[in-house]
Design a protein around this ligand. Sequence first.
Ligand code: SIN
Ligand code: FE2
Length: 220
Amino acid sequence: MDLFAATENFAFQEPLGPGAILLRKFCQQEERAKANAAALLRDLAALVEISPLRHMVTPGGFEMSVAMSNCGALGWVTDQAGYRYQALDPVTGSPWPSMPQSFLELAKRAAQVGGFENFVPDACLINRYEVGSRLTLHQDKNEIDFMQPIVSVSLGLPAVFLFGGLERTSPTRKVQLTHGDVAVWGGSSRLNYHGILPLKDSLHELTGPYRYNLTFRKAG
Ligand code: SIN
Ligand code: FE2
């Protein structure tokens, strides 16, 4: 118990592969930077008032079980026409809300700790998982510059993250992601397949029945 208390605010670093690292509890470490997990969740709540969470449809015509929105200059969308980034939210017809300072600072610092200097994300995908929601194995490859890493922040309920390799059939690692954890992957891991197993039914003190994930990218 004491050991846990003493190490609670420490970001444990766990290598996931070349250029890929898991920063455990990284958000909690940001207490003084005003970018801790609770602050991120407050900013998130304001963002989804402007651009609501919605279930998008894949090019194949399936509704995604994860509800999504975006902030930043570019937002990731999918519909029957395909996957892409765009400056306007198709639901509101307006630009996505700008990226809060708390989001930006956290993403930049995590990238830096992960070994990626000068990461300036222009896109943040907001994912909301409910019980049973999942994300099948995929690559993040709609961005222009694959030299820029992915920074992925977990908030609320825990989930099992699958982190594979360059082929869909590559062996995957199963990593439990919990509130405040940040994963950073780039370099030769940038195009690794990854996904999230179906969310288990539970309640989190800050997010209730949900898990949120913020995925920061330099898309344009
Ligand atoms: C993603 O791959 O876009 C999200 C991963 C996650 O929810 O942790
Ligand atoms: Fe992804």
